[in-house]
Design a protein around this ligand. Structure first.
Ligand code: HXC
Length: 261
């Protein structure tokens, strides 16, 4: 489906790969409701689009996103926030079944850092500045930051970062395991994310979906339940055509030609 977006750009730079670029340069991609609404419309339509297998999410070289829009948030009352479940729809991107690869360059602060951490694979460059500076505004990270940062880097570091509001670099994020890979510059980071997305787009869609679902379960379940969940998905894939195609191709020393479903 064709959509006209104002605060994001959507392109298809590689076969099967959609690239979403946050595009609100005047405010360093500060996240406000119109942008989040477009992002949600875009990601849910890409999830239904059978020509797309993987999604890359990036910002500009200067900013992935400098946080929630402070000017939009400032006047909110408790009943505005609670009554409209402020921030709840910001995590819609985590409901997408296709893999989302985040490519972070420049600032990823507050809600920007939280949005990055919602991605399935996260890449950054040496230009990246991450941080959860909410403490400096008299609030706390409200879009999953306290939970996802603690899961990714451990409680000690997460507590330190969230209580001090100190920034951290793309290289630190890689060392601590928040980021899968840190590139030298912004261009290499986006290209690296597109390369990975293209590679994933070359695999069986149903197998990719199951892999993502199972790994994400590891964040919510204990190991025993998680392994059982994994095994059910594993059994289920023996009912797919792609399992037969993949294994027969191996036996015949041929390249697998996956179904398009
Ligand atoms: C609204 C923002 C913004 C933000 C930047 N801008 N960040 N507007 N909300 N989060 C705007 C500035 O007001 C300015 O607009 C323009 O973008 C350029 O920013 P500058 O500050 O002039 O740029 P620079 O000097 O390069 O400094 C960059 C910066 C700084 C260090 C990133 O902008 C900054 O500290 N921003 C706020 C970061 C932050 O606290 N984020 C967390 C927000 S709280 P004008 O009109 O003046 O040109 C949050 C809560 C999440 O995210 C909880 C649930 C989601």
């Amino acid at each position: 489906a064709e959509h006209k977006y104002e605060h994001i750009q959507l392109t298809t730079p590689r076969p099967g790969v959609a690239l979403i670029t946050l595009n609100r340069p005047k405010a360093l991609n500060a996240l406000f409701s119109p942008l989040i609404n477009e992002l949600n419309t875009c990601t849910s339509s890409l999830d239904r689009d059978t020509s797309i297998s993987a999604i890359v999410l990036t910002g500009s070289p200067k900013a992935f996103a400098a946080g929630a829009d402070i000017k939009e948030m400032a006047p909110k009352t408790f009943s505005d926030a609670y009554g409209h479940d402020f921030i709840e729809s910001w995590s819609n991107i985590t409901r997408i079944k296709k893999p989302v690869i985040g490519a972070v360059n420049g600032y990823a602060l507050g809600g920007g850092c939280e949005l990055a951490m919602m991605c399935d694979i996260l890449y950054a460059s040496k230009t990246a500045t991450f941080g959860q500076p909410e403490i400096k505004l008299g609030i706390l990270p409200g879009a999953g930051g306290t939970q996802r940062l603690a899961h990714a880097v451990g409680k000690a570091k997460a507590m330190h970062l969230i209580l001090t509001g100190d920034n951290f670099s793309g290289e630190q994020a890689e060392q601590w395991g928040l980021v899968a890979k840190c590139f030298d510059d912004a261009e290499a980071c986006v290209n690296g994310a597109l390369d990975t997305a293209e590679k994933i787009a070359g695999y069986s869609k149903i197998a990719v979906k199951a892999c993502k679902e199972a790994v994400n379960k590891s964040q919510d379940l204990g190991v025993r339940e998680g392994v059982e969940y994994e095994r059910r998905l594993f059994h289920g894939l023996f009912g797919s055509q792609d399992q037969k195609i993949g294994m027969e191709a191996f036996a015949n020393k041929k390249k697998a030609e996956w179904t398009h479903s």
